[in-house]
Ligand binder design. Structure first.
Ligand code: KG4
Ligand code: ZN
Length: 356
């Protein structure tokens, strides 16, 4: 049997340009360039700036990933690329680059769902995902509880999603109101270290007896935090940012982990995987660990560098698709900026031709 192909993964859906190299579930090398600093003064990602930054960063990032892995372009056996969801101009740049490489190297191309990439990131650290597992995806744009079976072949079941803001979005927006720098999530995490989680009683949305046990809502929490900050401003007092940050982080971590652990228990699943940028949050990680231990659930969380957007996670999905013998994307595959998460591949791969 031929050796498994080396898959190059390319990620460019938002403000990070990532390239990663994976073979048979193992990370060989990866590199990320971020245009975050260029967006900071606007308080959020500016799509045109992000797209332009991807144009400049793509080739150097692929080169750095190859150098780190000690590989050459000719060693690449397949290319996987995020085709959605994300910013359309940003996605276009990654897809154009990926098509060029796949065509020039005469290797198959796979279009990957960005969120499936977040899920697959954990494989690179902790090995194959158990079938089934419950996955909590918490990023800047998405918050979902999923039931995942075979990530390459099976449809992904959504147990619950956010009805409004994503968890990361809540951190980012409240951080702004608190006067913390962009991006807000890491800033809240840092500020919270000096604060007290029970200094403010923020609400725990959708945790009542009649509420959907797996749905999330963070816009009410965001408003509660903004009102709390306004009340301090009206009183002309100094805003106790550390306490606000700690209490906000506690509320988000409490709701996320409570629902995720309940989903595992209700579905008889013994592994919880927490992924996405907010999985980098120290309180989310600690509380998930505490509650999973108490419930006898195995918790898997990728290392920090693989939680936020990167190319290795896209390569990890590509590697699964290659090994499942999934049909590659046609060379005229296009982006889908608002693609729902149904399958890991963002193009039809109903035929699993060969078990490579
Ligand atoms: O997954 P990701 O890198 O990009 C998206 O696909 O959205 O997630 C970015 C989100 C941002 O909202 C950022 O504020 C949040 O993840 N984030 C954090 C932390 N690090 C990143 N939120 C809370 N605590 C952190 N340490
Ligand atoms: Zn992401």
């Amino acid at each position: 049997m031929a050796a498994p192909r080396i898959v190059l993964g390319i990620e460019s859906s938002c403000d990070e340009t990532g390239a990663g190299l994976v073979r048979a579930g193992r990370l060989l090398g990866h590199a990320v360039a971020s245009s975050m600093d260029e967006h900071a003064r606007f308080g959020g990602v500016v799509p045109e700036i992000a797209a332009r930054a991807h144009v400049h960063a793509l080739n150097p990032v692929v080169r750095r990933a190859l150098d780190q892995a000690g590989l050459r372009l000719g060693d690449i056996g397949a290319v996987a690329v995020t085709t959605g969801p994300g910013l359309s101009g940003a996605l276009q740049v990654g897809l154009a680059g990926a098509k060029g490489l796949a065509y020039a190297l005469d290797v198959p191309l796979y279009g990957v769902h960005h969120l499936a990439g977040h899920v697959a990131a954990d494989i690179l650290e902790h090995g194959p995902l158990p079938d089934p597992c419950v996955v909590l995806i918490v990023s800047g744009g998405h918050t979902s509880l999923l039931l995942v079976r075979d990530l390459a072949r099976d449809p992904i079941t959504h147990l619950g999603d956010t009805l409004d803001d994503a968890a990361g979005e809540c951190f980012d927006k409240v951080a702004r109101v608190f006067g913390l720098p962009y991006p807000g999530g890491p800033a809240v995490d840092r500020a919270a270290r000096a604060g007290s989680a029970d200094a403010v009683a923020f609400p725990r949305p959708l945790t009542g007896p009649g509420d959907d046990p797996y749905a999330f809502s963070f816009s009410g929490l965001k408003t509660a935090a903004a009102r709390w900050a306004e009340r301090h401003a009206d009183g002309a007092g100094v805003l106790p940012v550390a306490d606000g940050a700690a209490a906000l982080q506690e509320a988000v971590a409490d709701v996320l982990t409570r629902k995720a652990v309940a989903a595992c228990a209700d579905h008889g699943v013994d592994t919880l995987v927490v992924v996405g940028g907010v999985a980098a949050n120290s309180r989310v990680r600690a509380l998930a660990d505490e509650r999973c231990r108490a419930a006898g659930i195995t918790l898997r969380v990728p290392p920090l560098g693989l939680c936020t957007d990167n190319g290795a996670m896209i390569a990890a999905v590509g590697d699964l698709l290659v090994r499942a013998g999934a049909e590659p994307a046609p060379l005229d595959v296009s982006i889908d900026p608002s693609a729902p998460l149904e399958y890991a591949a963002l193009h039809p791969t109903t035929t699993f031709a060969r078990a490579a």
